[in-house]
Design a protein around this ligand. Structure first.
Ligand SMILES: Cc1cc2nc3c(=O)[nH]c(=O)nc-3n(C[C@H](O)[C@H](O)[C@H](O)COP(=O)(O)OP(=O)(O)OC[C@H]3O[C@@H](n4cnc5c(N)ncnc54)[C@H](O)[C@@H]3O)c2cc1C
Length: 502
């Protein structure tokens, strides 16, 4: 135990100025040289435990190792990666005593990212580690106007394509505004001389006719059977009043691609998201203790004692510093020596309850529906169907048959047993793609609120600045500490933050 070293570390920079320095340092190269110079100035290298081998814990271990330290990572489950989980042929998952075996065919393209599935082009930290560790990336289609939106209020018209909603919405809004402007009711917002310019803009925006009416647009789709040798007939638009009655703006339905983190281009690692966690794990595997749940953290002088179980035996090890990189609620249970404010802050996090279902299937969405990647939406429990963007044109694919984000009060899909979630996914998918039940097979489902050592998807609470500071020997890492909860980028940023305060 290097108590002196700990004290010297703490005195180098105040927590406040460290946090500021961290946010100023955009490049990992600068961060690394900052960590190096702090470590050089310490009288002895600290011993460090990391609790949790999710991406936050793995990044912390990888970076400490690069600095010449030998941290120990305690991981409760039998695999690294945490919420980064990719299921493929022969995978097993457990949830509250229920076991599921993945019956997909053995094929590198047939996998299911049951946790994270997409990387934004703005997530520079994730992309940095992919580049550094040679994780091959490919584009993923997040949004596709050819996808369906099946809404109960319009069920008699069948599932309609997203493009029809989007074009109708733009057209309806543009017409309403244009008519009011043309009638002189700009309410002084637009000077009269500029009104013709704004009307021209609205006509383009909504694809209005010269009479400023919206009567439909090929942007929203054309009638079936149109052939290129004849003019196509645009589908009749949906009325603005009709659109306003539907709930298509909650749960990302029509505007997913507008969010900063969801805008094209998005990426995914080839052959599964776990290529990221595996690449990190390969760098630190000899420092990771799998199947070693931590049961208690106690203060010992200026350091801490980590209590854990290994092969059913209780054990304990002392460390100078402990980086706690698990869910906040779990940490609050065994962190009995955290200060009261820290425990309260950990307990205050409200977690989402997401669940996904996946099926293997022939690629009927490509051959029958002309959908290549992207999402279809429904206002039922399954919320969305997500079509694979990779291996386009091959015979089989893995279709995400439900992605229920579980972020709204009353969302209970994730609380159902897996077999019931799969049954509902078949039933509700059938309403979007007739014949679905017969075409999909090998259903498997992950609910993150029912998974041991997670008990939820991501935090929906504001990050607490208290948890971004050390609590004696304890530091915290995890996406819930960042303003990007629910993103690997936030988890990595939090790990960097913890290292800056070690
Ligand atoms: C359904 C879903 C979809 C998502 N989609 C995306 C996406 O598309 N893109 C994206 O970037 N992010 C996405 N995310 C978020 C992303 O998964 C997380 O931000 C990130 O993986 C969190 O990493 P972490 O290391 O902070 O935590 P975790 O991955 O939760 O790791 C914590 C680790 O601690 C371990 N642990 C728990 N208790 C103990 C104990 N007592 N002892 C030892 N170990 C313990 C756990 O087993 C786990 O391995 C999604 C998450 C979910 C659930």
């Amino acid at each position: 135990m290097a108590a002196g070293a700990t004290a010297a570390f703490g005195s180098l920079l105040s927590a406040q100025s460290l946090a500021q320095a961290e946010s100023r340092r955009h490049s990992l190269t600068e961060l690394r040289s900052h960590w190096r110079s702090r470590l050089r100035r310490a009288p002895a290298a600290p011993s460090v435990a990391i609790i949790g081998a999710g991406i936050a814990g793995l990044v912390a271990a990888y970076e400490l190792r690069r600095q010449g330290l030998q941290p120990i990572v305690f991981e409760a489950t039998g695999r690294p990666g945490g919420r980064i989980e990719t299921l493929r042929a022969d995978s097993w998952i457990q949830e509250q005593g229920e076991s599921q075996y993945c019956r997909f065919q053995r094929d590198r393209d047939l996998y299911f990212n049951s946790g994270p599935a997409r990387i934004s082009q703005g997530h520079s930290r994730v992309l940095h580690y992919c580049r550094e560790l040679s994780v091959e990336l490919e584009l993923i289609i997040n949004e596709n106007k050819a996808g369906y939106f099946r809404v109960a209020a319009l069920a008699q018209r069948g599932p309609l394509r997203l493009r029809q909603f989007q074009a109708s919405l733009r057209g309806g809004i543009a017409e309403l505004l244009a008519k009011n402007l043309a009638a002189g009711s700009s309410q002084g917002v637009i000077p009269p001389a500029e009104i013709p310019g704004v009307l021209a803009l609205l006509a383009q925006f909504g694809d209005l006719g010269s009479d400023l009416r919206f009567t439909g647009s090929s942007r929203g789709g054309v009638s079936e059977g149109s052939d290129p040798m004849h003019p196509a007939t645009p589908l009749s638009p949906l009325e603005l009043r009709e659109l306003a009655r539907m709930d298509f703006f909650s749960q990302y339905k029509l505007h997913l691609g507008e969010y900063l983190d969801q805008q094209a281009s998005m990426m995914q690692p080839r052959h599964g998201m776990d290529h990221i966690s595996q690449a990190l794990y390969q760098q630190v595997a000899d420092r990771v203790l799998l199947n070693c749940p931590v049961t208690a953290l106690e203060r010992r002088g200026t350091g801490a004692l980590v209590r854990f179980t290994r092969n059913g035996q209780a054990a304990a090890m002392p460390f100078d510093r402990v980086i706690v990189a698990t869910s906040p609620l779990l940490a609050s249970r065994w962190g009995r020596d955290f200060s009261p404010g820290v425990r309260t802050a950990l307990l205050s996090h409200q977690m989402s309850r997401p669940a996904k279902v996946a099926f293997q299937s022939e690629r009927f969405w490509e051959t029958r529906d002309g959908i290549y990647g992207g999402v279809s939406y429904t206002d039922e429990d399954i919320t969305m169907l997500w079509y694979p963007s990779h291996a386009v044109g091959s015979a089989q694919g893995i279709l995400v048959g439900a992605y229920h984000v579980g972020a709204f009060p009353g969302d209970r899909f994730g609380d159902l047993p897996a077999a019931e979630r799969i049954r509902l996914a078949q039933e509700q998918g059938e309403k979007i793609h007739p014949g679905y039940r017969r075409m999909v097979s090998a259903g498997i489902s992950r609910s993150w609120s029912r998974a041991a050592y997670f008990e939820g998807g991501w935090s929906m609470s504001e990050p607490s600045s208290l948890l971004q500071q050390p609590d004696g020997p304890f530091l915290f890492a995890g996406d819930y500490l960042s303003h990007m909860s629910g993103w690997m980028e936030g988890a990595i940023a939090s790990a960097h933050g913890a290292l800056s305060q070690l």
